[in-house]
Design a protein around this ligand. Structure first.
Ligand code: NAD
Length: 271
């Protein structure tokens, strides 16, 4: 399943800014962290214990100051420690990207009449509570400086749900509305809050689908819903996150940037 992402030459000026990216050890979060590093930001790289080191090394190779600060974003005390450690290391947090997220692996997905409550709690605690904790701990510092940018990584499942992912869809829809809600509260304080809703992006999880010879029928079926005919690259989400972090988006708050190859634009079908 070849993909040909375009050349990602987007340049913004993040010099002097300190960014905290959660779940930045892999996938979309890693791409966002490295894009920020390449554009001058200092980086607090968060992930679960032991999962963020290589992103830090890569960010440093790009010339950025970077520090790995482990925390489970679903746990309030750990997120409080994460923010305090990032502020101590970099003096401030100018940009927060709530990216860490989990979903139920494909073969374990169930309809609601078979849904396991533990799985519901697991997804909601990371994908929704994690976003709440992150926003809550950085907002006071941003408010004191009357400046800051929050970017919440949701999903197109929060815009248009599909079957067997009810917890994930509910969490991501909640993230979109939560983002709009806090954008209203924080705008007078000089803080912008926006969300990105990615479609199908080639990360470790989706690569296991797109490049698995036994799942090519499923992959082709999925791609038939995507007008651009391919999954996205993590760097294509990072481009949106670069724009939203920069002053180029200074009049945007409470918005959702859908980056999905056209998936949710309509039905890519003839009838
Ligand atoms: N990949 C996609 O197609 C896709 C589509 C829509 C939305 N998203 C969203 O993008 C975000 C990133 O997804 P991804 O595909 O890059 O995932 P990924 O699994 O490749 O990376 C997620 C990272 O988050 C970390 N993480 C998980 N739970 C955590 C926790 N409790 N605390 C801190 N870190 C934690 C993981 O260790 C991992 O490094 C998620 O919010 C996901 O829901 C992804």
């Amino acid at each position: 399943m070849p993909i040909t992402p375009p050349n990602h030459g987007l340049r913004v000026d993040l010099r002097g800014k300190a960014a905290l990216v959660t779940g930045a050890g892999d996938g979309i979060g890693r791409a966002i962290a490295l894009a920020y590093a390449a554009n001058g930001a200092s980086l607090a790289v968060n992930d679960l214990e032991g999962r963020g080191g290589s992103t830090v090394e890569e960010a440093r190779q790009l010339g950025a100051e970077a520090e790995f600060i482990p925390a489970d974003v679903s746990r309030r005390e750990e997120v409080e420690h994460l923010a305090a450690a990032a502020e101590e290391r970099f003096g401030r947090i100018d940009i927060l990207v709530n990216n860490a997220g989990v979903n139920t692996p494909g073969e374990q997905r169930r309809p609601i009449h078979e849904y396991d409550e533990c799985e519901w709690r697991r997804i909601l605690s990371v994908d929704l509570d994690g976003v709440f904790h992150g926003c809550r701990v950085v907002a006071p510092g941003m408010a004191a400086r009357r400046a800051g940018v929050i970017i919440n990584i949701a999903s197109i499942m929060g815009v248009v749900p599909i079957r067997l992912q009810s917890a994930f869809a509910a969490a991501k829809a909640a993230v979109l509305h939560f983002t709009r809600s806090i954008a209203l509260e924080l705008a007078p304080l000089g803080i912008r809050a926006n969300a990105i809703a990615p479609g199908s992006i080639l990360t470790r999880g989706t690569t296991a689908l797109f490049y698995n010879p036994e799942k090519q029928a499923l992959a082709a079926d999925l791609l038939s819903h995507i007008p651009l005919g391919r999954p996205g690259a993590p760097e294509e989400i990072a481009s949106a996150a670069l724009f939203l972090a920069s002053d180029a988006s200074s009049y945007m708050t409470g918005a959702v940037m859908v980056v999905d190859g056209g998936w949710t634009a309509g039905f890519a079908r003839d009838w």
